[in-house]
Design a protein around this ligand. Structure first.
Ligand code: MG
Ligand code: ZN
Length: 486
């Protein structure tokens, strides 16, 4: 884990990181206390002799035996803009995370604009992320002194955005035997209450009383029953100021997806403890809003359930009645995400009076096939909202691609016995979005399908192996921009 600080005094450090743009070492703000003249000369010599790669993410080590610093890390910064800085900082954070805890580390990289500082802080903290339950796993704590031309608000924002994404990663990586729906609710309460949110966790009796038929059906086969997690953040506002916009975020919270009676094959079931990553993303995003005290009203809803197999599991051909009263014929028990989302969306629309509703879910294998594992697909019934999400995605480096809400396929949702069936067939990502749309009605709405980028088989430039936290920073940035914070 990496902790960032801006030191009062610029002390010498064992390891110093500096930047490289093209063939130019970025030394202008680095004081000789941090990088003595001899060390700076050694680095300059290294650069002219080796012509090291300056692409973002490239890292070069110059060792200076017996000197302080003994190690200089030269980080390729690409063009030095926020996107490249973030990638460079992730690589640097990963390297620093592997150092012995006793080494003092100073990162002397300029990031003068708020966006650059945010990207630098975000990258370092994201790069320092690790998850292991091995009995000998240690969680080293590295404090990094940041020196240079920096923007403090940007650093704080980046730090908090990365913390939020890190929490989402932790939740996603936690195996399902440790993360039941109830446990997810407890963790949300523990984390978000001190941040200034109100968290309510609704149990199966309440869900039954209120008519959450989708959640009860999906969670009905599991020993650990479903929960609806509702986190709300209401900023204090001065009297006489206009009502703040209310954004409701809904995140799929399937703590394990076996497929239900339509059981998944072994390979497809392997990572299904990450089927709650949409839920983790909305919890992380509301944490960011609360920590930053954004002037915007936010509610995060996580319909959490385990899709299991037992005598009480829902069956193909069951007909369920959702919160809104709409009915669904269960054609396939593995298309469970939409069933819990439908309940939560219906509840949000009728009870929470949102101005905007965004749902995020590891929803369809079809989207992963369409866009791969680095881009999420999304649908929107509102162009302004689509533009805001794309702007946020571009700023946070979490690419999204708009897909069509093509109503030509709506006929595939028809059921002989219910308002719709849950297995409307290909194109699976589009028909899943069309399934959700009636629950939203006319409200400005977007649906993000993160089945691809929510989990990764190995580390990438930004994303890490396992649960990636994808979407957390994007939603955090969307909330921030919608609140009018630049
Ligand atoms: Mg499924
Ligand atoms: Zn699922």
């Amino acid at each position: 884990m990496i902790l960032l600080q801006i030191p009062e005094r610029r002390d010498a450090a064992d390891v110093v990181a500096i930047g490289l743009i093209g063939t130019e070492l970025q030394l202008h703000e680095v004081s000789t206390t941090v990088l003595p003249v001899a060390a700076a000369e050694a680095c300059a010599q290294y650069v002219s002799a080796e012509q090291p790669d300056s692409e973002a993410g490239a890292l070069h080590t110059v060792t200076l035996p017996g000197a302080v610093p003994a190690t200089v890390l030269i980080a390729g910064l690409g063009d030095g803009g926020p996107d490249d800085l973030r990638v460079a900082a992730v690589a640097l954070g990963r390297r620093i995370e592997r150092l012995p805890e006793s080494r003092s580390v100073c990162v002397a990289i300029d990031a003068p604009s708020p966006q650059q500082s945010r990207a630098l802080a975000e990258g370092l903290v994201l790069g320092g992320y690790q998850y292991s339950l091995a009995s000998d796993a240690s969680e080293p704590l590295h404090q990094i002194d940041l020196v240079g031309n920096l923007d403090r608000a940007g650093l704080t924002a980046g730090d908090e955005a990365a913390d939020a994404a890190g929490w989402a990663r932790d939740l996603g990586n936690t195996p399902a035997n440790d993360l039941t729906p109830a446990r997810l609710g407890e963790l949300a309460e523990q984390q978000l209450t001190p941040a200034g949110c109100k968290v309510t966790v609704y149990d199966p009796a309440w869900l039954a009383d209120q008519g959450f038929g989708g959640m009860l059906a999906v969670g009905g086969g599991a020993a650990a029953g479903p929960r609806l997690i509702e986190a709300s953040y209401r900023p204090r506002r001065k009297s006489g100021t206009p009502r703040l916009p209310h954004v409701v975020l809904v995140g799929k919270g399937i703590t394990f997806d076996s497929g239900g009676l339509n059981l998944k094959p072994a390979e497809g079931m392997r990572n299904m403890h990450t089927d709650m990553c949409g839920g983790a993303a909305v919890l992380g995003a509301i944490q960011y809003a609360a920590m930053q005290k954004l002037p915007i009203t936010v509610t995060a809803l996580v319909p959490a359930a385990e899709n299991a197999v037992s005598g009480t599991a829902m069956r193909p051909s069951d007909v369920i009645t959702h919160y809104s009263g709409r009915t669904t014929e269960v054609g396939n028990t593995d298309a469970e995400g939409r069933l819990v989302l439908a309940d939560a969306i219906g509840y949000a629309v009728s009870r929470l009076k949102p101005d905007v509703l965004i749902d995020i879910a590891t929803l369809t294998g079809a989207m992963r096939i369409a866009l791969g594992t680095e881009t999420a697909g999304y649908f929107a019934n509102d162009d302004d909202l689509a533009g805001r999400l794309e702007a946020a995605a571009a700023e946070t480096g979490e690419p999204i691609w708009r897909m069509p809400l093509e109503h030509r396929y709506a006929k595939q949702l028809k059921s002989p016995v219910a308002d719709a069936r849950n297995n409307p067939g290909i194109p699976g990502a589009i028909t899943a979005a069309l399934f959700l749309q009636p629950f939203v009605g006319e409200l400005p709405w977007a649906h993000l399908d993160i089945a691809g980028p929510a989990r990764a088989a190995e580390d990438g430039p930004l994303l890490c192996r396992g649960a990636t936290g994808f979407g957390t920073r994007l939603l955090a940035r969307y909330l921030e921009a919608t609140a009018g914070v630049l």
